[in-house]
Design a protein around this ligand. Structure first.
Ligand code: SAH
Length: 260
């Protein structure tokens, strides 16, 4: 079986990227691991459709993590992974997108290492690349942007931000904010205060790759006034010159809104 070595068939954890939303954006290795799993511990962001691939009798543990409503703490998840693997099970820890990008995989790795348990990380398509794809928006471009930064919006509150906004504003990079919707006015405010132009284009890519996907193109200046209840989630915020190249009308026939 691809991805499962004979010596690893028992008491093993795979930290597996489910991809951004559409169930067929998981990797082939990921799919095969789900088909052989004895226990799956999954997040809300992982598409439920994927669970249909698990064999009969596979234990399913929902540890949903949506903004503001954690149904299990990270400590509880770590303990669950360790106990399932100690019981000799093939455990899949299914995470939205890629496990190593804002997925708290670092803490799970540490727990598994401390417990002396074997594990493997299987990458997934992360929200930034999936969102860029559906908006036909190149994250890098020889003329406009030679760097991409993945930033968490969680730490963007104006008074407590640990981010170096001056450095971000100066980079001339494409900035991708994960979990940035609730902090969008503060993100825009901080970047504007550090010299980014108000007419810099900004894309909000909501529920990328799902049937409910929606793409809105606006500007950094206008984003200061956008409130979270106007945006369906999960959504990614992309800021930079490359957003001018976004062209999704032809590619995404179901899109609901295009605000320029
Ligand atoms: N590990 C995940 C990210 C988890 S953080 C990954 O690699 O994609 C959760 C954030 O990811 C959300 O707040 C949102 O900003 C982004 N996100 C996840 N799925 C998304 C989707 N389908 N469309 C747009 N953004 C998404």
């Amino acid at each position: 079986m691809l991805g499962v070595k004979a010596t690893e068939s028992k008491g093993f954890v795979w930290l597996l990227g489910a991809g951004p939303g559409a169930a067929d954006l998981i990797t082939v290795r990921g799919l095969k691991l789900l088909q052989a799993a004895e226990a799956v511990v999954y997040d809300e962001l992982a598409n439920d459709e994927l669970l249909k691939n698990c064999p009969a009798g596979c234990e399913l543990h929902a540890v949903g993590k949506r903004a503001g409503q954690h149904s299990a703490t990270q400590g509880e998840i770590n303990t669950l992974l360790v106990s399932l693997a100690r019981a000799g099970k093939r455990v899949v820890r299914l995470k939205g997108g890629d496990p190593l990008i804002f997925g708290r995989a670092g803490e799970e790795i540490e727990a598994l290492r401390t417990a002396g348990l074997p594990f493997e990380i299987v990458p997934g398509v992360t929200a930034a690349t999936a969102s860029a794809a559906v908006a036909c928006l190149p994250l890098t471009h020889r003329d406009f942007s030679s760097a991409v930064v993945f930033v968490t919006g969680h730490q963007c509150a104006a008074n407590t931000s640990a981010l170096d906004w001056g450095a971000l504003a100066k980079l001339r990079a494409t900035l991708c904010f994960y979990m940035g919707v609730r902090r969008l006015p503060e993100i825009a405010h901080n970047l504007l205060a550090h010299g980014m132009p108000a007419d810099l284009p900004l894309a909000l890519i909501c529920e990328a790759t799902l049937p409910t996907q929606r793409i809105v193109i606006t500007t950094l200046g206008a984003a200061e006034k956008i409130s979270a209840d106007q945006i369906s989630q999960p959504a990614l915020v992309v800021i930079g010159e490359v957003v001018r190249l976004a062209d999704f009308a032809a590619q995404v026939p179901e899109f609901v809104g295009r605000d320029r």
